[in-house]
Design a protein around this ligand. Structure first.
Ligand SMILES: C[S@@+](CC[C@H](N)C(=O)[O-])C[C@H]1O[C@@H](n2cnc3c(N)ncnc32)[C@H](O)[C@@H]1O
Length: 216
């Protein structure tokens, strides 16, 4: 079910998880503040973003918009084990400023199974896989978007074991961003060797976390 959030952008309610896909304080604001800026992807000259999970592409479209407006190359690798129906994805994104962009049109055309393509300087890979079993590239990401549902209903993407795999996929100096500032999440990221910071929630009162990979 598609619903409006206070900043005018849309979110989706997941019947399976009984949770919204984005912050109920503003889906677009969360994508900008927590993910794009929190991971410092908006400052990177050639971002390589790894995302768990792709959902309904709010983070992707926000990142695409930033890369296109800055004229920088982007490599976006996202995992999603439960793709929403193509009609829902189309409807959810139709009002987004990037909805008519050739890269997004290509994603819609290929949606439903794993795919990869390159259009000009944008590379997009979406893998329909369970991230707990998927192979991540090593020392690869400049920015990591850790965006599962909450630890209460989607615990497997927040475990210490999974956070180690996440950290291994990040380049030294890369930043991870996540909407969750839960103690267990911050500890798991810390135990994986990352330097964790907690930020005042700009999307409502909730805090969020970022984590940097230091040199080993
Ligand atoms: C909060 S939503 C992500 C919202 C998305 N980042 C966006 O910008 O629209 C969480 C997503 O993670 C996916 N997910 C949860 N557990 C997963 C797993 N083990 N493997 C792959 N995807 C998973 C869910 O299916 C869901 O689409």
């Amino acid at each position: 079910m598609i619903e409006q959030t206070p900043d005018g952008s849309l979110t989706v309610f997941s019947e399976k998880y009984q949770q919204h896909y984005h912050s109920s304080h503003g889906a677009q604001t969360q994508a900008n503040v927590v993910y794009l800026q929190g991971s410092r992807t908006h400052l990177h000259p050639a971002p390589k973003v790894l995302e768990v999970g792709f959902g309904v592409a709010m983070n992707f479209l926000t990142t695409l918009q930033d890369a296109v407006s800055r004229g920088v190359p982007l490599h976006y690798l996202a995992f999603e084990f439960d793709p929403v129906p193509a009609e829902m994805l189309r409807e959810y994104t139709q009002a987004h400023p990037m909805s008519g962009h050739a890269v997004w049109q290509k994603v819609l055309e290929l949606w439903g199974q794993s795919f990869q393509f390159v259009l000009e300087n944008i590379t997009v890979e979406v893998r329909v896989e369970d991230v707990t079993r998927a192979e991540f590239p090593e020392d690869w990401a400049t920015g990591f978007y850790l965006d599962g549902f909450s630890i209460a209903v989607n615990p497997e993407v927040w475990t210490p074991e999974f956070c180690k795999k996440v950290a291994s996929s990040m380049q030294v100096g890369a930043h991870l961003a996540t909407y969750s500032a839960a103690g267990a999440v911050r500890r798991a990221l810390q135990d994986a060797g990352l330097i964790v910071s907690k930020h005042k929630g700009l999307t409502g009162k909730r805090e969020f976390a970022t984590a940097e990979k230091p040199p080993s």
